[in-house]
Design a protein around this ligand. Structure first.
Ligand code: ADP
Ligand code: MG
Length: 493
């Protein structure tokens, strides 16, 4: 089923202090449907002055608004109400998400279920936060209070737009922080729809603000603002480094979830069908626009040739198509910029390695940023297509001789977000799990992500953890309270 009716081009303002407001410059930027290359919305660009108003609103809401008086139960209930809104409006949000980022509608629906679950999880966790009593000597009492970190600037990418907003907003609200969220300029629409419900679910003005604009202006103003206590960022390693430097001026707390070049390791004894499927799913889901994409496919030499052939045969059957078609398995890339970036890597790859399938634009489409699912093989781990994050449907297949070599190649990368290992041998599986320096390691699967389990990277894939109780910790400060129970003076002087 395909939706052909053209949606109206909507205009969105920024959501600041509980109001929809135009840009102080009057400027807007266009938002596109990457499958048609047509403009589907106009969004107000937040200037540094607009960001300043948003941060001050968040600051005031945190320092002196009613928000500080809310109980953890109140905040939990607000999060449940947000989840309800998402579940009631899944069809609208999933369609908007698919249309704006190009992902298949069925995948967008999975994302939306995860969005609602994330708000529910932190709704439930809000009133489970407790301190400790510390074992100091008997003439005193020491305990810890867990307090919200303050104003959080939250900058998110375009690959899972509303899910990344949920990963940021839900724990921050649960903790009692206030937020200024900046969606990616390519994909701001679902976050703006979400903001429509903030007042109704009971968020006081200023508690969650949403500002839009390009990273270099709106994002940079947010990170530099002295009124911000914490920056939570998901995006490229290059921008992560800029953010850390800027945030250092006022020593903001920073968490970063950056890219990867994750190894997906296949031993000869792996379950064959599951392995071939897992190799493709690991790198082609969401058009490969996934920070944890298994973009380095490491295959034991004994099965290498057959494995590349099987991957290639199966990849031929991946159905590219418009995001709103329910049988589409791969849509267009998110933007012209990303299309240019990925296709430039395809040219590099064709020189650096052999091409099993793909290598260019998907020619069946006259319009749209469609790229063929591409498998390069006989890739050296020193090649650019094995070292640099491409963020598109591009697999680099690398042979290995034995377990030691698989581990060495896996770790030979500046990144450390994720990895997967496929084998029926549990001894080998867990040896590899322990040897790989990455924040997430899957065994006989790749990509499953649950809100209950921590998410984040080693090395240049960032620091801090999202999801689960770890995600909430990143929005909490720890205050130690010491109570003297002994009335006699210190008697020192
Ligand atoms: P990509 O290159 O794929 O767009 P980015 O890391 O540039 O990935 O973007 C992720 C998010 O970071 C987006 O919301 C973007 O606007 C924002 N961003 C980009 N540059 C900066 C910057 N200098 N300061 C703050 N945020 C930025
Ligand atoms: Mg960018």
């Amino acid at each position: 089923m395909s939706t052909t009716a053209k949606p109206t081009v909507k205009s969105y303002q920024n959501y600041i202090n509980g109001q929809w407001v135009a840009s102080s410059s009057g400027e807007t930027f266009p938002v596109y449907d990457p499958s048609t290359e047509e403009v589907i919305a106009h969004v107000a660009s937040a200037t540094a002055a607009d960001v300043d108003i948003a941060v001050k609103a968040a600051r005031a809401a945190f320092d002196s608004g009613p928000w500080a008086q809310t109980t953890a139960q109140d905040r939990g209930r607000i999060l449940f109400k947000i989840a309800d809104k998402i579940r009631q409006n899944t069809a609208m949000l999933a369609e908007l998400e698919a249309r704006n980022c190009g992902k298949p509608i069925v995948e967008a629906e999975y994302d939306l279920a995860d969005v609602a679950t994330c708000f529910e999880y932190y709704g439930g966790l809000a009133n489970k936060v407790t301190g400790h009593v510390n074992p100091v000597p008997a003439n005193a009492l020491s305990f810890t209070l867990r307090e919200p970190m303050g104003v959080a600037a939250q900058i998110i990418p375009w690959n899972f737009p509303l899910l990344m907003a949920a990963w940021k907003l839900a724990p921050a609200i649960a903790a009692g922080c206030t937020c200024v969220l900046k969606p990616a300029e390519q994909t701001p629409l679902t976050a703006m729809e979400l903001a429509n419900w903030f007042e109704e679910v009971g968020l006081p003005p200023g508690v969650v603000n949403v500002v839009n604009g390009v990273g270099e202006v709106t994002g940079a103003a947010l990170v530099a603002h002295p009124g911000v206590d914490k920056v939570a960022f998901t995006g490229s390693a290059a921008v992560g480094k800029i953010i850390v430097k800027s945030a250092a001026d006022t020593l903001k707390r920073v968490t970063l979830e950056l890219g990867g070049k994750s190894p997906n390791v296949f031993f000869a004894d792996a379950d064959w069908e599951a392995a071939v499927d897992g190799a493709l799913f690991g790198v082609f889901i969401n058009q490969g626009e996934v920070c944890s994409a298994g973009s380095r496919v490491l295959v034991e030499k004994k099965i290498y040739t057959k494995f590349v052939e099987a991957m290639t045969e199966k990849a031929k059957r991946i159905k590219l198509g418009p995001p709103l078609d329910r049988d589409t398995k791969m849509g267009p890339l998110v933007s012209k910029e990303q299309y240019d970036r990925v296709t430039s890597y395809l040219e590099i790859g064709k020189k650096e390695a052999k091409t099993a399938i793909g290598g260019g634009r998907a020619k069946a489409f006259a319009k749209g940023y469609y790229v063929e699912p591409t498998i390069f093989y006989d890739v050296q781990n020193s090649a650019r297509i094995a070292r640099e994050e491409i963020f598109g449907p591009v697999a680099s297949v690398i042979p290995f001789e034995n377990e030691a070599e698989a581990i060495r190649i896996s770790n030979d990368t500046p990144y450390g977000l994720a990895a997967a290992v496929w084998t029926r041998d549990i001894y080998k599986a867990f040896r590899v799990v322990k040897s790989i320096r990455a924040g997430i390691v899957w065994v006989n699967h790749m990509q499953p992500t649950y809100v209950e389990a921590p998410w984040g990277g080693y090395k240049q894939s960032g620091f801090g953890r999202e999801l689960g109780p770890w995600g909430l910790e990143e929005y909490l400060e720890t205050k130690q309270v010491f109570v003297n129970l002994d009335e006699t003076p210190i008697g020192w002087y």
